[in-house]
Design a protein around this ligand. Sequence first.
Ligand code: 0A1
Ligand code: ZN
Length: 890
Amino acid sequence: MDIASRPSTPIENPETADAAVPPQAPAVIRREEYQPPEWLVPEIALDFALDLDSTKVTATLVVRQNPEGSGGQTLRLNGDGLAARTVTVDGQAANDWRMDGQDLLIELTGQNHTVEIETVINPAGNSQLMGLYASNGMLCTQCEAEGFRRITFFPDRPDVLSTYSVRMAGDKARFPVLLSNGNCTAQGENADGTHWAEWHDPWPKPCYLFALVAGELIANHDSFTTAGGRKVDLNIWVRPGDEDRTQHAMDSLIASMKWDEEAFGREYDLDLFNVVAVSDFNMGAMENKGLNVFNTRYVLADPQTATDADYDAVEGVIGHEYFHNWSGNRITCRDWFQLSLKEGFTVLRDQMFSADMGSAAVKRIEDVRVLRSAQFPEDSGPLAHPIRPDSYQEISNFYTSTVYNKGAEVIRMMRSMAGVEAFRKGTDLYFARHDGEAATCEDFVVAIEDGAGLDLRQFRQWYSQAGTPQVKVRLDHEGDVATLHLSQVVPATPGQPVKQPMPIPLRLALFDRDTGQHRGEELIVLDAEQASFAFSGFTRIPVLSINRGFTAPVAITSDVPTADLVFLAANDDDPFARYEAMQSLIVQHLVAAVGGGILCDAERQAGRDAIGRALAAVIDDSALDDLMRGELMILPSEAYLSEQLKVADPGAIHAEREGLKAWLGRELKDRLTALHDRVSALPYGRGADARGARKLKTQALVYLAAGAPEEAASRAAAQYAAADNMTDRQGALMVLCGLDTPARDDALADFRQRYDGNALVIDKWFSLQAGSLHPKVLEHVRALADSPDFTLTNPNRVRALYMSCAVNPKAFHALNQEGENGEGYRTIADLILALDPINAQTAARFVAPLGRWRRIEPKRSALMRAELERVAKAPKLSRDTLEQVTKSLG
Ligand code: 0A1
Ligand code: ZN
């Protein structure tokens, strides 16, 4: 069906709607039903009379019948909550228009017309934060994916590209800075205290890339000269008072611009690049052409208020949005099913950028950790979808870890198979061939095939099949030949009961047991259900290191002996594989312990001993840098451990993992305290050594808190008091938050008061408490929700409290409670119901944790399901939440 004729939000819940009024079932949009637009809009002029609660928008559209359309004379313009005040066609008041649901339809007679429409919108009343909205007294827009239709009537689809001219006028005192895409072409003042500005963007773009910002802002200015000699003015705009926290963002922007020239041959194409930070934002940031709009959390950073992880996030997101200028803006998506075309590729590009800016090994490990804890559960749950989905009800629900992170992994596999240089030829061809177009994932794959010389026929399965392939690995040995036996299963996912085998590239090395060396890496591709690979020249069975660098986003099960994992954890020359061996050692042990594979204390002890020896070796290894040491010391998450089990008992997983942590904390206490002493002596710096030291400081405390809580409490309190930076302070407070000690309350009170007025740091205060191991964590969450600082209208604050709670097994599964009363689930369901009418997009993101019910032990599973059913019965739900809840129950 036509993408345009869709019900608006909120919609009547079909399950509970009055029987006399037939409910409007949410429409399903299908990839296969794509039709080219009937009408194109080569030019648009927008005129905004800005006002916080009543902004008048006059849109003038030059429309042209699309020769590739079916020749229909009806111009359909999407709207969402709009009413047209006036409609004119070619300067004449039009009579021949009508509404169809939320859309405006105009019957046209010729092939070229000019249509002018006036609408009035209320930015201050826009709590959904889509379209034009007010944030802290400023006005800003968010149009991806379908927010433009909340500003004016327009064919709101990414394959309609227009040249934008924007004029805006408003009160000069309230809105001193007026920004839009492209270049400012004129500005002036009126006698009545208003002023105006005109902006023109020479690059045709889809409406989702339109942006406007008006408010009291101050800029950090700089410039960058491109390889081709274009001098680009750079501005990072923030609220007055925040300007001292913008330098890292500026440095990251300049580094991104340079990096994209070198790594992908991509130059910036305007004379101006603006970044604006806003505090109310649904996502991380938005790549509007020449005017990126950012969540403040990915712009503001200084050592006092931002952790090292925050610094990395700023660098990564600044890079991500900048890289979209080519992968997203110059080449955009034909339709929203192609979202991974821009997002998967841009995530890969930002990952490569961050890897080049810091430690590539650590970056790879972090990226895989995110994939495993966010994407793998998505792929094995009711919301699983391919990186190029086949259908959706609400596109906002498809800004997922699958589209973004798995999408990046899929393109990374192409790069591994092609090799770096050939892959670059492929991307060069893609950019050259499709510049200025709205392209498809298929276009990208063909360009890589042609440019890199790859045959990706079977590889296309990665775009169409959901589910994480499960690869079984067995190595046997006879004579001097080692044979690797591989098999794969791609699990059934909703709507895809039967799967075809995928091509799975695996980089591997075989270590000689005598020399401890391997004779070079190989890349093999498993492209059938089963295959065997023989390697000769081994008089003893070698030690297998497979999926080095995590070449394929698959789950590997193998019967590698514990001793081999210990060997690899200490000796593998691929840092990712070393991390992986350490993780596997722990995962094997914990999964056996909770899954019934460990039957007696002696077996548990043997497992712990092996892990303890490996961890001690990691702490002692002087050849390791501290950043990498920190990675090797991180225990697998409970989410990842749950993934290893068909049905998980969160209580058992938590108890076993905490038990191991406590045992390690006791067993390695002296090493951990010595480590804490050593790294505490290093002064603050932004270099790798100092960052590594800070990472270990908190890591050491985490183990000590489990095994030697008193020692940890006094060290954490001291670390908190002595901290001259947020990484140390937050790390110490995180540890204290999980302990039942008076130092906890003192530190929390100090933190709250010390950072009063700094919203991003107060978010941390919420998040640390909601994410803590404290037995009363749910009580704390409730109290925080009632505190005057809490509001449902700011997504950062909502996520700080409730997402931290939803991903904290202790809180979500109420693990401290006797008899599993489902209090954590109820807390999240209540939040969904309260938030849905305010901010549907953000509310819908809380459904997934409850949607895991099928993979949880029966008692808790029933409680989770009951909460989903309660949400499903609400009389009115947004399309966003309804889609997620229905799929989660289905
Ligand atoms: N394209 C942006 C993500 C984004 C998507 C939707 C939004 O609406 C609230 C905002 C941002 C990116 O990938 O960075
Ligand atoms: Zn993106």
